[in-house]
Design a protein around this ligand. Structure first.
Ligand code: C2E
Ligand code: MG
Ligand code: MG
Length: 265
C-alpha cells in the first residue's frame, strides 16, 4: 500500500506538472566524430517538482505512459524542442538538428502525426531538422499502425532513429522494412569499448551493419578521449556523451552555443 500510495501521489503531481510549468528540457550536443563539430542536439526531459526535486525521465516516463499523460507531455516536448532549434538558428545562423524522444504510447495516439506537423508549423522549423528517436520496444509491438505512421513521418521528411540499439532483442529484419535513417548505439556497449574486447567487436559490427544498410550511426554515452579515438577509427559518424557536454538547461546550452568554437563551422 505504501508503494501504491506513493504512485498515486506522484500521478496526481504529474497531472498538474504541465500547467504548473514544472517540465523543462535539457539539451545535449551530438557531434561529428571526426571533427567534434556540432551537428544536432538531443532534447531530454526533466521534471522539477517542489516536493520531489528534479525528477529524471526514467522515474516518471513509465508512469506518464501508463496514465496516458505522455500524450500532452509529448506534445509540449515537441513544441518546446522545435522552437528551441529555431532560436539556435537565429543565434548561430546555421541549421542545427533537434532530436526528440518519443514513447511507444505516443505512436498509438491517432493524433500523433498531426501533433508533430503542428510543432513544425508553429515553430517554422524544417521537417529535415527534426529527428524522432524511437526505442526498439516500439518496433517490437510490430503493428500495422506503427509501420504506417513511420512511413507518413518519413514522407514528410522527418528523420527517424532507433534509440538504445542493441538492447531490444528484436529481429533485425525491421531495419529493412521501416524507413529509419539512424541507429544510436546504446551507451552500455560504448562504455566498455576500451575494456571489453566483446563490446568493441559489437560496436564495430553495429557500425558496419548500419553503414551497409545506408544508415548513419551515433554512439551514445561517450565519456572519455580513448573512446573517441576508437569510434573515429571505426568510422562512427556521430558521437554524444559527457566527454563533449552533459545535457544542459536551455540558458546554459545557449551560452555553450555562443562560446564554443565547435559550433561556428
Ligand atoms: P536516451 O534517449 O537513450 O537518452 C540518453 C540518456 O543518457 C540521457 O539520460 C542522458 O542524460 C544520458 N547520457 C548522455 N551522455 C551520457 C554519458 O556520457 N554517460 C552516461 N552514463 N549517460 C549519458 P536521461 O536524460 O536520464 O534520459 C533517460 C531516458 O529517458 C532517455 O534515454 C529517453 O529514453 C527517455 N526520455 C528523455 N526525455 C524524454 C522525452 O522527452 N520523451 C520520452 N518519451 N522519453 C524521454
Ligand atoms: Mg534518445
Ligand atoms: Mg539511448
Amino acid at each position: 500500500t505504501e508503494v501504491s500510495h506513493e504512485r498515486l501521489q506522484m500521478e496526481s503531481r504529474l497531472r498538474r506538472a504541465l500547467e504548473l510549468g514544472e517540465l523543462e528540457l535539457f539539451y545535449q550536443p551530438i557531434v561529428h566524430t571526426d571533427s567534434g563539430n556540432l551537428c544536432a542536439v538531443e532534447a531530454l526531459l526533466r521534471w522539477n517538482n517542489p516536493a520531489m526535486g528534479m525528477v529524471m525521465p526514467d522515474r516518471f516516463i513509465p508512469l506518464a505512459e501508463e496514465t496516458g499523460l505522455i500524450i500532452p507531455i509529448g506534445e509540449w516536448v515537441l513544441q518546446e524542442a522545435c522552437s528551441a532549434a529555431m532560436e539556435w538558428k537565429d543565434i548561430t545562423g546555421r541549421d542545427i538538428g533537434i532530436s526528440v524522444n518519443v514513447s511507444p504510447r505516443q505512436f498509438r495516439d491517432p493524433n500523433f502525426t498531426n501533433a508533430v506537423m503542428r510543432a513544425l508549423d508553429q515553430s517554422g522549423l524544417d521537417a529535415e531538422q527534426l529527428e524522432l528517436e524511437i526505442t526498439e520496444r516500439l518496433i517490437l509491438d510490430n503493428s500495422i499502425e506503427t509501420a504506417e505512421i513511420l512511413r507518413q513521418l518519413d514522407k514528410e521528411g522527418i528523420r527517424l532513429s532507433v534509440d538504445d540499439f542493441g538492447t531490444g532483442f528484436s529481429a533485425l529484419s525491421y531495419l529493412k522494412s521501416y524507413p529509419f535513417d539512424t541507429l544510436k548505439i546504446d551507451k552500455s556497449f560504448v562504455q566498455d569499448v576500451m575494456k571489453e574486447p566483446e563490446d568493441a567487436s559489437l560496436v564495430r559490427a553495429i557500425i558496419n551493419m548500419a553503414h551497409s544498410l545506408g544508415l548513419r550511426v551515433i554512439a551514445e554515452g561517450v565519456e572519455d578521449e580513448p573512446q573517441t579515438h576508437f569510434l573515429k577509427a571505426e568510422g562512427c559518424d556521430f558521437s554524444q556523451g559527457y566527454f563533449y557536454s552533459r545535457p544542459l538547461p536551455a540558458a546554459d546550452f545557449e551560452a555553450w552555443l555562443k562560446t564554443n568554437e565547435r559550433v561556428q563551422i
